[in-house]
Design a protein around this ligand. Sequence first.
Ligand code: ATP
Ligand code: MG
Length: 739
Amino acid sequence: MTDTSNNLEILKQYKQALLKGLNDRQLEAVEALTGSTLVIAGAGSGKTAVLTRRVAYLISKGQTPGEILCLTFTNKAAREMNERVRDLLQSIKIQLPYVPPWKEDYLTNPLLATFHSLGVRILREFGEKINLRPEFSILDLDDQKKIIRRIFKELNVDKKKIQPNLVSYFISQCKQELLESKDSRRVSKDFLPIFHQIYQKYEAILQESSIVDFDDLLLKPYLLLKANPGVLEILRNRWPHIMIDEFQDTNEAQIELIKLLQPYDLLRKDPQRSLFVVGDDAQSIYGFRGSKIEIILNFEEQYPGTEEIILNQNYRSTQKILDLAEQVLTHNPKQKKKALFTENETAVDVHYYTARNDKDEAEFVIRTMAQLYCMPEEAEESSGSEDDIHLDSSDAQAAPTPQRSVSNDPVSSMFDLYLDDESFSPSASLQNYQPTSWSIPANIDWGKVKELDSTAVLYRTHSQSRAIEEAFLQNRVPYKLVSGTRFLDRKEIKDVMSMLKFLANGNDKVALRRFLPLVLTGVGPKTLDKIMAYLDDYEYPLPPKHQEQLLHLINKLQTVWTEHTRLIDLTKDLLVASGYARYLKGEYPNKDEYEARMENIGEIFSLMFPFDQDDQIPLAERLNQFLAQVALMTSQELNEGDDKTPKISIMSLHQSKGLEFETVFLVGIEDGLLPHINSLIEPGGVEEEVRLAYVGVTRAKKHLYLTSADSRITFGQIKANPISRIFRPFLDTYVKRTK
Ligand code: ATP
Ligand code: MG
């Protein structure tokens, strides 16, 4: 054989190896190497897989790796894709050199990154064109607030009239719509002129200190490229091939940036270029952060002649899971029809369990895992029957079903805490509550159950994680909470705990230092030092107005302390009397943010709940016990470390996007949770919740369990939500009820 035919033979083998196993449509997608292509397809149909193969395929065909830009939604996804591409290429003996993530190498490696990290790169390289020094820093939210406060002082803005957070919200809105401060009047007529003035000052300060904020990472590259044709040309030449995953969650700024980097005219003229986007309109779940589903649905208008490829074979889930997913989507008739099918086994049912309460719901997860992973034969044989469950009958009988009548109206009940300060009232509804107690098989060494790594509990709101975490801690089930911050690390939780700690131990100055500046007006770091000095020595010359404020606060705290015997009542009263509730409202004028904070604080009450059951214990002892337990909980979590022990993942539905697990527990399928309470009153809100439910269902490969609870403790009160309207119509036909 000649050399040339030898080479051709090798290339053919490589191609076969790279395209092996793809179905016809996936193949069509991977081989669509020029022009614009939209792969719109249901969950688990291999969109991300196609994207990865396409990167490798382009490189195998001789494309310079650096000429490929592939944008993903999270850093984690970018890292994973990088690994997959490397592995694929390695299989055909192409070794990409290792390049550290910070290195600007636009030759030897494809750039697999998020939009924001692409923004950072563009600004580092060309920022000087818009007077941004290359060593610019990125502002964090706390510092942003401080800058806005400084401007308030300078412009004599009354903080009581305009909340600093409303200003940051305004600035962020403007930037997301690509409006600089000079154009900000176009954003909405609702904002006072002072907002625009503040935005201008804010920009000046950022500019002066070479700082950009998060939204700037999209806005500034856009402005830079618009104003600098030379730079635009460099970047257009650098990345003739652009690919985007999770395209359904693209926002305005992102698509505008793409239109600059890969304009339609150029794409049409030059067959060496391509724009390849993949997404599922049914999984668009970031509307609240500005993502626009219309961008994927109207893609063809921006890029006429786009080749649209629909993948319809699902490789992830069983047919039963897919059938349920399809039913869920029937709520949204506008969603593009995709009719997924699978060749995966169908024998396993989807299960639904009605828990008595949130504790029982969490324990159901553990019991089911015990059956599935530790006595699998039994689970296969009697899956879903009553006998499966190790019911300790004496306990079960002793536990009355909690009353459902506490509140059947999720809207009004969940907003209890958000009403005016005066509405914080002790709850009378908790007294008769007894948690159920079902036996969970003991003696399981969960640390050795490797299936935990491919199991997830998915929830709608972070506050649901508390009951799950507690059950896992109690039963020694290793878990990882995939969340921005852990429950007890959240600022508002720490704030409230600091007040409680001070009540429990009047010498705790660390706690005092934390909350004093929050609840006293006009106490900055300097005054705080003075107050602390005064508390050490009453001779210290603290200005009388601060003395008065301090005395007033301490009197209030003392009154609160003497007036209550139960922790929940004490804490509710404390939030109001200390002024913390007012402070929080001021900090988060954005209703959603404020509510999320309040929802978290409400979870403290749920933790306190068991401590309030015994009327005999004096309050001080009760509080100390509670604080000790919480401290233990934190340290236990801290000790979790970075070991290789298998762990079940607990995460929100939003965080589960793009992931897959053998077993998924989708907990809290209740009206008020999923669909979330806020979505019920927002236009298009429930539709987004339906998509979120669809995302949740389609994360499961084999086992899917849906659960709801007859009652759950929310904000320290028992709440009873109806079963989710999203799932209710299908529970008897597509799901097997488990008792
Ligand atoms: P999502 O919408 O959830 O992001 P997706 O469409 O991106 O899903 P992938 O994650 O790419 O789907 O693929 C789902 C699963 O199917 C993965 O485990 C993947 O490896 C597998 N898969 C995809 N295509 C094939 C194929 N042709 N043969 C075998 N397995 C495949
Ligand atoms: Mg994907």
